[in-house]
Write a protein that binds this ligand. Structure first.
Ligand code: F6P
Length: 324
């Protein structure tokens, strides 16, 4: 006789992202609404291995929507690639009475979820990373808030660049992807956007544009650089030596990972958490919840992990064509 009340586990994994709390809240609230018990697992897969978990109730997720970060904490867990640890995690879930798991994180988190599925534990992945570099989803939890944070920071930098006729090179996050740089570059009116997905030269893609713009009266510049192409200080030095324009560097770093989530973030993250529980309620596992065609849908994890997403070339052309 199967136990009456099924239990859902939920965890956040990898780099934290604003909006993760909204997804966790939606899983807990929808789960309890549909008659499940819900267990919160702390510090991602590390917590699963260490049995670091607690029952969640409706009030466990009160007043967290507006908070960045994750109330369940997070971690990167390289040891989770070992088969013995996958088996240990499944055994820990069995002992805790967890029947299905919702894992919120990046592609690495999805790979861990697939390994758990292969050991018999139904899992649903939610895309949570500020990088927006999960190929199966047009959107990842954290991205909109991170881009808005960059825009707010650059607005401050632009004030001083204007006062001193300077060029400011802004380095943004995106471990191997230029999505934050591209979106923020357009939103900030950057003269140039340098991303790891597209070849560039400082001479052609930055200096030549600056010289042309100077002739047309432009007196200050923003250059947006994804961390994957290099470090802003070195790029700034190169620009200054080639142009003679006073050029500084701003590495935004971890401010992009925090802050109160935007409304768009909260809505999409809540939809994704809700959808994850609907899948579990239908007895469906081995899926990732993704944003495609403006809707929250779901895909098989293996299919999702096999997909490739490059940089949006239409957006890249916009960034270049209007930054003259
Ligand atoms: O993957 C998200 C991300 O913020 C990247 O943009 C960044 O390069 C990386 O995490 C930083 O990793 P950590 O938080 O482990 O230092």
């Amino acid at each position: 006789m199967g136990k009456e009340r099924k239990t859902i586990g939920v965890l956040t994994s990898g780099g934290d992202a604003p909006g993760m709390n909204a997804a966790v809240r939606a899983v807990v609230r929808m789960g309890i609404n549909r008659g499940f018990s819900v267990v919160g697992i702390r510090r991602g897969y590390s917590g699963l291995l260490a049995n670091d978990m607690d029952d969640m109730d409706l009030r466990s997720v009160s007043d967290i929507l507006q908070r960045g970060g994750t109330v369940l904490y997070s971690s990167r867990c390289p040891e989770f690639s070992e088969q013995r640890n996958i088996k240990k995690a499944v055994e820990n879930c069995r002992k805790a009475g967890i029947d299905a798991l919702v894992t919120i994180g990046g592609d690495g988190t999805f790979r861990g979820a697939l390994d758990l599925c292969r050991e018999g534990l139904p899992c649903i992945g939610l895309p949570g990373t500020i990088d927006n570099d999960i190929s199966s989803s047009e959107y990842t939890i954290g991205f909109d808030t991170a881009v808005n944070t960059v825009v707010q920071m650059v607005d401050r930098v632009r004030d001083t660049s204007q006062s001193h006729d300077r060029c400011s090179v802004i380095e943004v996050m995106g471990r191997h992807a230029g999505h934050i740089a591209l979106y923020a570059g357009i939103a900030c009116g950057a003269l140039a956007v340098l991303v790891p997905e597209i070849e560039f030269t400082i001479e052609r893609d930055v200096v030549a544009k600056m010289v042309s713009s100077l002739r047309q009266g432009k007196q200050n510049f923003i250059v947006m650089v994804a961390e994957g192409v290099g470090h802003a200080p070195a790029i700034a030095e190169q620009i200054e030596s080639l142009t003679g324009i006073d050029t500084n560097a701003v590495v935004l770093g971890y401010v992009q990972r925090g802050g109160s989530p935007t409304a768009r973030e909260l809505v999409i993250a809540s939809q994704m958490g809700h959808h994850a529980v609907e899948l579990i309620e239908q007895g469906i596992g081995k899926r990732v919840v993704v944003f495609r065609g403006g809707k929250v849908v779901d895909l098989d994890i293996e299919e999702a992990l096999a997909m490739h997403k490059g940089i949006d070339m239409d957006l890249y052309r916009v960034a270049n064509d209007i930054s003259i």
